[in-house]
Ligand binder design. Structure first.
Ligand code: ARG
Length: 588
């Protein structure tokens, strides 16, 4: 479906043309003076020079032409040359009716949809998920859903950190605790046990202890590096231990991500491309993309236009070890082979910005990606505490994601209990759903690249620009709809009617902006635009709700029309929160 603003612009454009001006001047925008008009067009100002005429005269001629427009009920030329516009109720009605009947509310699906891989999550095996990972998961999941909704084929990959030094550290830590384990017996030939020799909580104790120790004890660190090397080079016992770490960790990660409605299509990781590294190395060597510098194998990636120094991309260290870069490049190689994506989007902490710049340049220069494939970095800012520093636990430690979710659920439950009577079991279920919305909306409503303050009290509030406010609005609509049904009304067959008051018209105009908003959010990879829209829509609805009798409306056809509008509002709000990655309960 065409976008409302485009249709309005067409109508004005025709009026410009009919009065002898360029139709392109007829660009309509939402009014920045809603007290004066709904839409505006500044084309007369833009055309004044070209036509050597006072803008207000041009605007006046165009306004006159629009006098019997079916699209605008009012078009006024005002000094110094603006066109103040009000859309006609009948035109708006037709638009809203069409949108309700159209697939995806009239969102235009790209005629040549792309294949997109989204690299997000980025959890590290054997390390607990911390709040730093929440943003990647929450933002990445929403980007995935938005792009899918816009018609693209999207593959989400968690890209686990499952192959680096942290694995060697865990092996070394475990060996100290349980040297008797069969995995450490070099002469052992038999099969290894099916059960892991540790639980997830043990694993999560072993890693930080080993990591801390390696920082103080160079010998310990050397042993961990040696263990990493042996693991990567196929030591049977170490590989078997690694498998256990993967199984135990991934099961736990799935549970945690699952509680945030975050799902991945691929559970691949750095380890998956290990075998590709020798091939990558010979490829860059044979094609003379790489050279040896101080023993290391590097690819130059600086460009003439650089204003800051971009260091070369290192493929192998002088001791022959591969690096984070190397895995990312090998992963690009694998993704191109297996999926031929048109785009790969990385949702990673913005402090890795320069790193990805190097990787992307290197991938282009070495022709690992064809010119038609885009590599995009969506860097996100830090989630801070109220002190403006990265969010910590009360005693200053790293906050685990699991605990953050738990705390939010507890606070949400408290607020729900405070306000209403609800059986305890239901209250708990509802609190879980609303808490996820509170967390996710609190994050997504900020532009991803910005830092934000995690404010549990504000995020869980039912008022203001919050997840619970949006859900509360949806639940309110659902409850009116269900009362209507209880009274024998049929929401499915209800028919739209022309707006009966200003707030109803404002709600219809807000709804009509859905397709343009969603297309823009997908093009700009911007979940915060969906948040801004749902907030405006929820406000428009609540305003309308306070001004309008709905179930008490006596005129039956008018009541049915209002119900149709409610049902459309609910459906649009729910489509929006679905792409944001949360859902609404039936009651709250
Ligand atoms: N595991 C990494 C970390 O915790 C994030 C991975 C990001 N993705 C990537 N392709 N490098 O920092």
């Amino acid at each position: 479906m065409k976008k409302l603003l485009d249709l309005l612009s067409e109508e004005i454009g025709q009026a410009f043309e009919a009065t002898g001006y360029d139709a392109a001047l007829g660009k309509v925008t939402v009014s920045n003076r809603p007290d004066l008009c709904e839409y505006q067009c500044n084309g007369a100002m833009a055309g004044a020079k070209q036509y050597r005429k006072a803008p207000v005269m041009i605007a006046g001629e165009v306004a006159e032409k629009l006098a019997d427009s079916k699209v605008f009920k009012e078009a006024a030329a005002v000094a110094p040359g603006f066109l103040n516009l009000k859309v006609s109720e009948s035109f708006l009605l037709e638009y809203v009716r069409d949108m309700a009947a159209a697939e995806k509310f009239g969102l235009e699906i790209s005629p040549n949809p792309g294949k997109i891989i989204i690299d997000y999550g980025g959890a590290n095996v054997a390390k607990p998920l911390h709040v730093g990972h929440i943003r990647s998961a929450v933002i990445g999941e929403s980007i995935k859903r938005i792009c899918r909704y816009a018609g693209h084929e999207v593959i989400g990959d968690v890209h686990l950190g499952d192959w680096g030094l942290q694995m060697g550290l865990v092996i070394t830590g475990l060996k100290e605790r349980n040297p008797e384990l069969v995995y450490f017996d070099e002469n052992y030939q038999g099969e290894y046990p099916k059960e892991a020799p540790f639980t997830i909580s043990e694993l999560e104790q072993i890693y930080p202890a080993a990591s801390a120790r390696s920082k103080e004890d160079p010998d310990y660190k050397a042993r961990a590096m040696e263990a990493t090397f042996r693991l990567q080079n196929g030591d049977r016992g170490y590989r078997a231990l690694w498998r256990h770490m993967m199984d135990v960790s991934v099961a736990d990660l799935k549970k945690n991500y699952g509680s945030l409605n975050v799902e991945f299509d691929l559970w691949k990781g750095e380890s998956d491309v290990h075998e590709l590294i020798p091939e990558l190395v010979s490829y860059v060597k044979d094609n003379h993309y790489a050279y040896i510098s101080e023993g290391a194998l590097v690819v130059d990636v600086k460009e003439e236009t650089d204003t800051k120094e971009i260091p070369p991309c290192m493929i192998l260290k002088s001791d022959g070890a591969s690096l984070y870069n190397t895995t990312d490049l090998a992963t690009i190689m694998e993704r191109m082979r297996l999926y031929q994506p048109d785009e790969i989007i990385y949702v990673v902490d913005k402090r890795q910005d320069l790193y990805f710049e190097q990787v992307f340049r290197c991938a282009r220069k070495t022709k690992l990606v064809p010119p038609g494939t885009e590599l995009k970095f969506v860097g996100f800012g830090t989630m801070n505490g109220s002190d403006g520093k990265p969010f910590k636990t009360r005693d200053g430690g790293v906050m685990r994601l699991e605990n953050l979710i738990r705390d939010t659920k507890v606070e949400m439950l408290r607020k729900i209990r405070e306000g209403r009577e609800m059986p305890p079991e239901e209250a708990e279920k509802v609190a879980d759903i609303v808490a996820v919305a509170a967390l996710k909306y609190g994050d997504l409503s900020n532009q991803a690249s910005k830092d934000y303050v995690f404010d549990i009290d504000r995020f869980t509030s039912f008022e203001g620009d919050t997840g619970p406010y949006i859900l509360y609005t949806i639940v309110r609509i659902k409850s009116i709809l269900s009362k209507y049904r209880d009274q024998g009304g049929d929401t499915g067959r209800a028919l739209f009617r022309q707006a009966g008051n200003e707030s109803e018209k404002a709600l219809m105009m807000e709804l009509a902006g859905f397709n343009a908003m969603m297309q823009n959010a997908a093009e700009e990879i911007a979940p915060h635009k969906v948040c801004a829209y749902v907030y405006d829509l929820a406000n428009a609805f609540n305003h309308f709700y306070h001004e309008t009798k709905i179930l008490a409306e006596e005129d039956e056809t008018r009541r049915a029309g209002l119900i149709a509008l409610l049902d459309l509002t609910r459906a649009v709000l729910e489509a929006c929160i679905d792409v944001l990655g949360f859902s609404a309960p039936e009651r709250m």
